[in-house]
Design a protein around this ligand. Structure first.
Ligand code: B12
Ligand code: SF4
Length: 378
């Protein structure tokens, strides 16, 4: 196994890969929540994390090389989705060019699943941390500093005698509220939501995971269909803190399925309404949960929910079944219902989609209007 850390340099530079997806960047600048968690855990373990969001700053590899030279970190880490892997790989190659003694680490969805391929493909990656990083990563760095046995650190992969090897996996973190976050390490002026007058934006998680098994989705495998949630009181405390401390007015929930427990979700909506902070909430959920909550839609609105991203995937039940989406309702009707009630601007868009998508005339606007005749949120 490769890499060793000296006693004096504790600096860990966390860099987002300079990849640009276009569409989502047209709506705002999104903070790296995973790094906020990892940096919090590193600090607790005695390291000095620095978050450098090169992606959001639109910095290129030259800027990144300069920053690594300036910071002189002992460790450089990055995070990768499949689409961002080439940029993440290049970033770690640059770190090694700046100084071969820098220990490099990659984490995130792509390297979690593809650890073997990544270690074969990129010699500049020393270690991979698989799945959640808050426990495994500090343990890895402590072991590299001589405080622990690398072979016993769960959730890591590396090369041994040139061959990729992986240790056993760490269990999912049970108490999400027990984790420390390093919110102070972000350049808050970078994070804005263009769609709402450039208001300050944060990303927050109220739960992790999803119990469904849609075949195309990486998250069902990332969380092995588990679901863990934070206490709504703790979530609201954090929202209040970010609102007062950093002026955050728009919150995106990173959860796959924040609504899975209706009781908990309703509690959170009530708390948000009670605090009346004048904030806006962007969230994802499943169409069937939104339908389930038809009777409490007004609560969503009062709590500040302005956008719900629903993965429609297909208008054909046959295709939905093929994907194992596990939605029995008329998916398009759900989408229309949500857009009708919340996303007024999207309604026109969806009408256009409907005309385009509906050559078989299996669903019609009049059919949907019959299903959901009364606007709930007017
Ligand atoms: C918020 C979000 C975004 C934000 C990203 C903001 C940011 N700077 O991080 C925005 C809106 C910009 C975005 C865009 C895209 N996204 Co996105 N996004 C998400 C979402 C909803 C939440 C991510 C998050 O914050 N999670 C919460 C934190 C705590 O978890 P985390 O980031 O995974 O980090 C933890 C672990 O994974 C691990 N970890 C992660 N990285 C590292 C690194 C190290 C070193 C270590 C030790 C550990 C570690 O430790 C962290 C703490 O436990 C996820 C789905 C999800 N719920 O996770 C999709 C998701 C990550 N996105 C996805 C995709 C495809 C995209 C786009 C490519 C979409 C597109 N076609 O344009 C773009 C790419 C954008 C880009 N430029 O990179 C996919 C990735 C799938 C894959 N297999 O690659 C996901 C999984 C959604 C999905 N199921 O399809 N996204
Ligand atoms: S419901 Fe959403 S997050 Fe869950 S497995 Fe299906 S697509 Fe993935």
């Amino acid at each position: 196994m490769q890499g060793k850390l000296g006693k004096s340099n504790k600096k860990v530079l966390l860099v987002t890969p300079p990849y640009h997806c276009g569409v989502l960047e047209a709506a705002g600048r999104w903070l790296p929540l995973g790094f906020v968690y990892i940096a919090g855990a590193l600090r607790k373990a005695g390291f000095e994390p620095v978050i450098y969001d090169a992606m959001t700053k639109f910095h290129d590899f030259e800027d990144i090389a300069k920053r690594i030279e300036e910071e002189r970190p002992a460790v450089v880490v990055t995070t990768c989705y499949t689409s961002t892997y080439p940029a993440g790989k290049r970033l770690l190659e640059i770190a090694k060019q700046v100084s071969p003694s820098i220990v490099t680490v990659m984490g995130g969805v792509h390297s979690t699943f593809m650890w073997k391929e990544v270690l074969e493909d990129c010699q500049a990656v020393d270690f991979i941390v698989r799945y959640e990083g808050e426990v495994s990563f500090p343990e890895l760095l402590l072991a590299l500093s001589g405080n622990g046995d690398l072979r016993k650190v769960r959730g890591i992969a590396c090369r041994q005698n040139g061959k990729p090897v992986a240790n056993s996996l760490a269990p999912y973190i049970e108490n999400l509220d027990g984790l420390t976050k390093a919110w102070d390490l972000l350049d808050w002026e970078d994070y804005v939501y263009f769609a709402s007058d450039n208001k300050r934006l944060a990303i927050l998680d109220t739960s992790r995971g999803c119990p469904f098994g849609c075949t195309f989705c990486s998250q069902q495998r990332y969380w092995e269909k588990s679901w863990r949630a934070r206490n709504p009181e703790k979530v609201i405390e954090e929202i209040e803190y970010l609102h007062s401390q950093y002026g955050v007015e728009v919150f995106m929930f990173s959860d796959e399925l924040p609504t899975w427990s209706r009781e908990r979700w309703e509690q959170l909506l009530d708390l948000l309404t009670e605090r009346d902070l004048g904030i806006e909430i962007l969230m994802e959920s499943r169409g069937d949960d939104i339908l389930r909550d038809e009777d409490i839609m007004k609560k969503y609105k009062r709590a500040g929910v302005s956008h719900i991203y629903v993965g429609l995937e297909s208008v054909s039940q046959k295709t939905l079944d093929f994907f194992k989406k596990d939605i029995r309702e008329l998916a398009l009707a759900i989408f229309m219902w949500v857009s009708n009630r919340f996303l007024k601007k999207l309604l026109t868009f969806s009408k256009k989609i409907l005309r385009w998508l509906n050559p078989r005339k299996s669903l019609t606007l009049s059919m949907i209007t019959r299903l959901f005749p009364k606007p709930l949120l007017s």
